[in-house]
Design a protein around this ligand. Structure first.
Ligand code: FNR
Length: 184
């Protein structure tokens, strides 16, 4: 049975370059992996007061992630940090502590920016959260993808730019190999 991996895209924008990278990775993985983009846009802001009667969106999200074999974060950088929507999704999945959905899930973090630094700050903030959440992390190749612009993708949002395609292929292949090893 094929492994299932959730991609959390840290941008809610329809034209997001991070969403295009996520879709490109799904295309490059092909039938080797089931990649599902997890919806985070509708998650109510995490509030402990709601825990006794959690919103339906939280329950749906927690069940979706709990059923996954791995997680990929694909995120922009906002003010050198993690976008709030992604932090909220991570927080929602982390409660209640007895049902935490993140622990032990093989994880990769990809940051994407039109600017040269490639979202390094956001990438490492996500890694800091993952360390606490006990998520084993793909360390190489590093994926701070800078100078990524819309023209590097085709009409179907899949990467057409050869250098970017090569980088994404390497990341997908490394993640797949590692997923096989960690699940062996
Ligand atoms: C940005 N952007 C940005 N880029 C970056 O490389 N470092 C940063 O710290 C920031 N800060 C930032 C803050 C806010 C509030 C916004 C809206 C944007 C620019 C960002 O990289 C650019 O808008 C990307 O296109 C966002 O990713 P998506 O939405 O295309 O996936």
């Amino acid at each position: 049975k094929r492994m299932r991996v959730a991609v959390l895209v840290g941008s809610l924008r329809a034209g997001s370059i991070n969403l295009k990278v996520a879709k490109s990775m799904a295309a490059l993985a092909g039938d080797r992996l089931d990649i599902e983009i997890a919806k985070i846009a509708d998650l109510p802001l995490y509030n402990e007061d709601l825990d006794p009667n959690p919103p339906a969106e939280w329950v749906r999200f927690r069940e979706q992630i709990a059923g996954m074999d791995g997680v990929i974060f694909c995120t922009p950088e906002y003010n050198r940090g993690v976008p709030g929507a992604l932090k909220n999704a991570i927080d929602v999945g982390s409660r209640p502590p007895s049902e935490i959905v993140w622990a032990k899930k093989p994880t990769a973090v990809i940051s994407v920016s039109p600017y040269p630094i490639g979202g390094f700050g956001a990438n490492h903030q996500v890694r800091q959260l993952c360390a606490f959440l006990d998520m084993p992390m793909l360390q190489q190749p590093e994926a701070y993808l800078g100078r990524v612009t819309e023209d590097k993708f085709g009409f179907d949002d899949v990467v057409t730019d050869e250098p970017l395609k090569n980088i994404l292929s390497k990341i997908v292949d490394a993640y797949l190999a590692w997923l096989g090893l960690t699940k062996a």
